[in-house]
Write a protein that binds this ligand. Sequence first.
Ligand code: C2E
Ligand code: CA
Ligand code: CA
Length: 971
Amino acid sequence: MVQKTRQSANRARTVGRTLRYIHSLAVLVIAVAIVVGGYRMDQALSRNTLDGHTINIAGAQRMLSQRIVVLTQMLETANADEVDQIRDVLRDAHARMLSGHKYLTQHQNDAKAPAYRTQELAAIYSEAGADLERRVDEFLANTAAILDLAVSTQRAADNVDLSKLNSLLGDLDKAAGLYELNAKQEIEAAELSLKLSILVALVVLFAVVVFVFGPISKRATRILQKSEMELQQRSDLLSRSFNIARMGYWVNSVDRPDELWISNELARLYKIGLSEKWLPISDLRERAQDQNNDLISSAAKVCRETGKPQYLETRIRCADGSFIDTSTSIAAQFDDNETIISITGVVRDITEELNARNTIAATVKRLEKSSSDLREAQQLGSIAMWQMPIGSKELVLDEDAFGLMRYDYSKIDEYRERIGDKSSAGTHLKQLCVGDSFSRMMEKSGQVYETGKAGRVNLRMRRGDGTIADLAVRIKLQRDKSGKPKTLFGTLQDISEAKDAQRQLEQLAYYDHLTGLSNRALFMRRLEKACAAAKKDKTASSAIVLIDLDNFKEINDGLGHQAGDDFLCEVGRRLSHVAGPSNLVARLGGDEFAVIVNGASPEETSCLVHEMLSSISVPVRVGEAEAIGGGSAGITMIPSDTMEASEAMRFSDLALYSAKESGKNRSSFFSPDMSSRLQARLSLSRDLRAAIANNELETHFQPIVSGMTGRVIGFETLMRWNHQSRGWISPSEFIPIAESSHLIGDIGAFAIRDACDHAVEMNNALEGDIEVAVNVSAAQLWHGDVEQMVAKALETSGLAPHLLCIELTESVFVGDSMDRVEALLKRLKERGIQLALDDFGTGYSSLGYLNHLPFDKLKIDRSFVAGADVSTKRFQVLEGIVGLARGLGMQVVAEGVETASELSAIQALRCDAIQGFYFGRPEPQSKALSGVEAIHSNAQAYVLPDLEGEIDALDAVEKTGLGGKRKRGAA
Ligand code: C2E
Ligand code: CA
Ligand code: CA
């Protein structure tokens, strides 16, 4: 309706505008027509005046010419006195005619002379040979002549040709007539054009009125009628609405300050007769039932003075004496200059509403009372209510929520103050939320808002007392009557206890009880996650590091389980410390740790791992003792190596294996060839298990020659594996496998047993004290019962203990097991067995242990011997080692002599024994025995000249059966 009315008004406005334009145009056209007509008329009239003048002159000419003729004729008969008088008159007539002639024929301003105005006049004035002008000229000349001569009047009269004069008269007559006619015609023409102009103006006026104003005004009337109708409808509707809403209004304009104009509806509301449209203000004052009957008028006054809208509620006494409760909203109306022209009060009957309000308040009070039980139940279940009007950002919590969040409800205003303006309530809420709680809640709220479906989200929030609560928040959407979202609301439940229990369960399920680190299960979950992330985004890299402690078993066995546990805890702490919070450290079990390094490059990972290994190799104080740790690490990069969790674990394991192989305290990155190497190792280790049972292991013997005599004094037993398919396999390849797969115990036992058995045979064959040296690995010392083994082998074979030498490398003293090893060595020594320190110089530079460990021999590693003949530096090192050994009362054995020149260098050092390919390679027993002959036959050749005497002496000693070595060994 409003829309339509507005359209009509617009149309009416357009029509009005068009009418105005056309009206102006018509007035312009008429004005132009009248001005043109008037101008033409004015022109004609002014010319007519001129024409009249011309006609007069023409007439005068005629008259003058006649007079001149008559006067001339009179001259003939006049006497002398009369002649003079006539001549005067004639002269005057002549002068006037001359001036008239001049006027007609000449004209100032170069305009056309009257004599030539029309063609007819021109013809009269310019007839060929007898033109009027000339004739008048002539006439005048004659007259002039008469006047000038004035001698003989006779002659003058003679000169006047009367016939000519008559024709001149006729022509002048004609000319005057023409002038008259011409003037009349022009006047007529001007009249006509004026009439025409007026006619045109009238026609235009008529056309405009008939063809333009008529239809347009008809249309305008239609539109106006329509608008009026619509306006009426609107006003009816408004009035009806007012009646339905029990509303009405009054207007108080500034020009009638003491009166109110009241609407029909208001009159009805006040039950006043409809005729009373204007009421004195005092009437309203009397009706108002507030304390001083002044509420309305004072509010009206404020509005009138300030222009600010006012609202008030007051009780009114109606005309019939009944009462109604009303609300009045007063607003001011302004003119274009912003000055108030009136104020309007919209009055509403709120009697029913007030009643309802009162009823609701009473009901709420009742409900509040009855719901205290429910509230108690809520509190028991820690449930509270919250709501958030859409768009307001203000979170409204009920009293329970305050209790639940451990905020003091009585300090609500203080909190508000702290929060600042309402718009920052969201920010404050964000501060209360822990972790990603806020974003999750926002996300959930958004879903509920979008879908209208109720939702639930679990959050963690900081309580008023600083503790953290787990909350289950239910979110619902309330809509207004039109279906528009109005409020988000819901409940808030404290589920901290349940969550704590769940967390404890999780702790059990996902954390290592000893170290508190993540356990294997959690580690695998995180690893799966990292792999999934890498599959989605190839730039999401992580590294999987497996760390294995190098000597945990020794610590555990040597210092006890408690110490072992403490040690593991400390290692866990150190790893976590180095790894930092962004990376995950887990204990997978035993002494196996694992780390997920997030988002690091291989270089960064390498640095971090290096740092971790360094941190755990720093000695750990456990109780009284100090445990030295250290570990090896294997690293796999995700996604470059793999994106599968299980594969990542396997690869890290391979890398760890390879790290351990290359020595302790190392780390290595996985490389694809590790896999094949491991495969080979695994199959070898499988085969090795069967090798002992299948008799594939064989002991070979390498001769050891006396440095003094060049004669064979013993053999080192070196194991060989005759593999079914691969043939001979070097101990360098299978011994490490045996060590790592616990097969070393069996192989070691076999080696000792076989060595002792063969030693007896060789002693018999060579008829001398031939010693056998057996290699025993560190792993054997730690894991197997070597003492038992040796005792049994000696007993079974019947070999004299002093003919058995056990070779140990420095690696047996690594870590914390020194005391245990020392004790074991001492016990072996007590059995009469010899001990040699093998591969001296390759391992640890700390020589402290040489002091108190009961070694008989020191075997210098081949790496020192090789090149000793050409490098003075090496030679000097060797000299140093030999000097040290001698100082400690040990024999020196040089290993790996291959050439004669190496031999002579070694001989110059006066080593006790020499071993190397120069004398013989490790061979099966029979071959080794048969090689002895050749060695002995060469013995003389490489004995140094200055030692000859000594050799003889020694030979003598040997023959008596008291060998130097044995003497020393027995001492
Ligand atoms: P090792 O105890 O240092 O043994 C000496 C190694 O040097 C032997 O290698 C031997 O063949 C080699 N060799 C001897 N003279 C020369 C020489 O002049 N030049 C060169 N280039 N090499 C020479 P093999 O037999 O391969 O044994 C390697 C290692 O395996 C041994 O080193 C030893 O540590 C270990 N091994 C051998 N048999 C056994 C065993 O029965 N038990 C244990 N636990 N380890 C063993
Ligand atoms: Ca050896
Ligand atoms: Ca050696």
